[in-house]
Every structure is written in C-alpha cells, then in structure tokens.
Design a protein around this ligand. Structure first.
Ligand code: FE2
Length: 412
C-alpha cells in the first residue's frame, strides 16, 4: 500500500509505503494500491487508557450527578445485566472507538460483581476484536477491596481468569487505613501474577484524599516503575500547591502514568458546591512540567456516571484542552496525551509514523492540529497492521467483513 500526499505533524508532505504490517519508507516512495491523503494530516492512532466497557449504554439518570450515586445505581444495574447484554453493549462501544481511530483500549471490569459474568463478557469482546484492536482488561473492585467480605479473593480469581491488570479504588474504601491496605494488596497480587497496577485513585473533590502518594511509595518499594497507572486523581485539583510541588516529582520518579478523564469528571466533580465551582480535572500542565507521564481516558459512554460519549478520543482531548487551558504551542503537543504518552505506559516500542514501525495509521480529514480539534471528525481511513479496518467513522471491518457502525446497541 502507498499513502501519497500525507501531511505529517511537522508539516512535511510525504508518501508512506507499507509492506505487510510495517512502514518501510517515508519520503518519495512509490508503490501500488494507492490511497491519496490529499495533503491532510496523517497521524498514529489513539489510545483510550481508561474505560468501562461493562457499564457502557446502561444509562440511568443520576439525580445528584455524583460518583457516589453513580456507584449506587450501578450496583443495582449490574445485578440484573446479563452476560449477553454486556457483550452487546461493549461490542457497540468498541466498534465506535475503532471507527473513531482508537486501536488500544484499557478497560476496567467490575469484579465486585462476584459471579464474574461481567469479566466473562468482556473477555469475549477482547477475543472477538483481537484482529482490529488491542484491549487490556483491568480487574476493578468497584465497591472497594475491603468493602465486602471476599472481594479480595474475587479480585485474585479475576486475575487468575485472565485479567491483564490489577485494579483498586482506595478512596472508596471505608477508612484511610483500608485504602492503604488495598494498595498494598493490589501490589501483592500484581507481583504474584506479574501484572501491571491500574488504579482509580483519589477520584473525589476532597483535598484530604492523598492515596497517590501511597501508590508512589509502593511503586518504588516494589520496583514496579512504569507498570502503574493512576486514573482520575481529581483530588489533585484541590490539593494545596505546596503539596503538589512536593509530591508530583515523586510520582514522576515512580514512573506512574496519571490518566485524567476530563469528560466525565467535568460532569461529576464540584457537585456539592455553589459558585464559583471547582472543575474536576487533575492539572495536566503542572503534571507535565513536573515530569509526570499523562495520558487521557474516555471513561464512560452513556452510563450512570456520564450521559454522553461518542467513543471519540478527540472529544476527550478537546475537553482537556479547555479545562486545563492548553493553548499556543501546548495545543500542538496535546496530541501526545492520546498517542505517544499512552504508548509509553503501554510499553509499545514500534509506535508512530516512522520507518520500521508497525503500520498503524489514521488518515484524517484535517489540514492541521487546529482543524483536527475544531471539527473532531472521524478519520477517513483507520489502518491497522497495514490493512484498512475503518472508514469515515461509518464502516468497520469486523470478523472478516465490512459492516455499518451503530451509534447505540441495536435493541437499545
Ligand atoms: Fe473510571
């Protein structure tokens, strides 16, 4: 395959030659099977570093709009959901994400649902999509590891049954002590099974929630650097600047990737206050300038925590840009938040538009970064391992044939 007239992020117009699954030439290459990129931006595909496939499309109205009411609603929903419903909803969500250019998805699956039907459904999704997307499953103890007897053992069982990462939610444990204990337990399981740790950390407006420091301590103690992710960390927004100044370099030293989820947390946080109202987003610029690796997550589509969501990571980036006021040159570097920074956390080596890399490419509709973010169009072509697998956000090549992408599950 030859992509001609491709505009790279540095502004060069080049041809890109793909042989098999690899990019073999960038420049004045020639070849057959030509796609004309028409001088539009050609970029590497996106990552969604934090998502909940098991709750997608289970939307029920959350009156207070808080995380806590969302959790209560979810506890009722999850007991009624069948494995088939979860499978149907999750496949719809993954197809949308792939059509919008996301090829790596890290999903949490609630394993405080003790029958593990949610895990079984999402394991099937992971398997069914393996030709067009890489999905990692995090065993996520939504209610807390010590909130209910036996949650610790179910978490361990979920990892034994194929979860890729160990999850935790220390701020939802009953006491600070339980929260600290849950972090130690997560590392114990992660080390026992050689897994990464992927936590929900400090997702609250409460400035006293400081589990990120414990996570950093345990990461360093266990030599688990670059194997740990902290999702949300919205309390960071409310921490005293002097505390952030001290702790962020430690987080950077521990190689922890922090994953803000700006769509959902802009909706969930600050619900208990009037105006002026705090915005619930971990400060991205401050983290980056302290050397912390930052990547973004979409978190939810139409579930008890977030009523919207299209599976488009550009919407996530757009929201992050607004909440953290990324302007000027920052806007041009912001694409790293859904591409290269995530690839680092995923430990992908041959990622990017370069000779010798795996041929994973988005041919966009945009002339430059500004237009990419102004219009947030789906890519014209999504290419994975040298093959076109999605077109215009509308068609996807799934299980050997082309099909139309649905915006909601069929029987929704
Ligand atoms: Fe989450």
């Amino acid at each position: 395959m030859l992509i001609k007239n491709a505009k790279l992020l540095d502004g060069r117009i080049v041809n890109i030659k793909i042989e098999g699954e690899k990019i073999t030439c960038i420049g004045k290459c020639t070849g057959d099977d030509v796609i004309d990129a028409e001088k539009k931006l050609v970029i590497p595909p996106y990552f969604n570093m934090h998502f909940h496939l098991d709750s997608a499309f289970t939307q029920v109205k959350n009156k207070s709009g808080t995380l806590w009411e969302g959790i209560r609603i979810w506890q009722e929903i999850r007991s009624k959901l069948t494995e088939e419903e979860v499978y149907r909803n999750a496949t719809t969500a993954v197809k949308l994400m792939v059509a919008y250019g996301t090829l790596w998805i890290r999903t949490h699956v609630d394993v405080t649902e003790k029958s593990l039907k949610l895990l079984r459904a999402i394991k099937r999704v992971k398997e069914d999509f393996k030709e067009i997307a890489d999905i990692q499953i995090t065993a996520f103890p939504q209610d807390g590891i010590y909130a209910d007897k036996g949650n610790d053992e179910v978490l361990r069982k979920a990892v034994e049954e194929g979860a890729d990462n160990v999850g935790l939610i220390p701020h939802n444990e009953i006491t600070r002590e339980d929260g600290v204990k849950s972090i130690k337990f997560a590392f114990e399981v992660a080390k026992e099974y050689n897994k990464d740790v992927d936590g929900h950390i400090d997702e609250t407006d409460d400035p006293n929630s400081r589990f990120l420091e414990v996570l950093a301590r345990e990461t360093i103690n266990n030599s688990w650097e670059w194997r740990v992710t902290a999702g949300h960390v919205t309390a960071m927004h409310s921490w005293d600047p002097a505390y952030r100044f001290r702790i962020l370099p430690v987080v950077a030293k521990a190689g922890i990737t922090v994953v803000p989820n700006p769509l959902i947390n802009a909706v969930l946080q600050g619900r208990l206050e009037g105006y002026p109202k705090r915005r619930g987003n971990a400060p991205i610029k401050e983290m980056i300038s302290s050397g912390v690796n930052v990547a973004l997550g979409h978190d939810c589509i139409m579930d008890p925590w977030y009523p919207l969501g299209a599976g488009n990571m550009l919407q996530v980036l757009f929201m992050a840009i607004h909440l953290d006021q990324l302007t000027g040159d920052e806007i041009y570097n912001s694409l790293d938040l859904i591409t290269y920074n995530s690839a680092k956390a995923w430990r992908l080596k041959d990622y990017g538009i370069k000779e010798g890399a795996e041929a994973n490419i988005l041919i966009t509709e945009a002339e430059d970064m500004i237009d990419l973010l102004r219009f947030m169009d789906p890519p014209r072509f999504v290419i994975r391992k040298g093959k076109v697998i999605a077109k215009n956000g509308k068609m996807i090549f799934y299980k050997g044939k082309w099909e139309e992408v649905k915006r909601k599950p069929i029987s929704y």
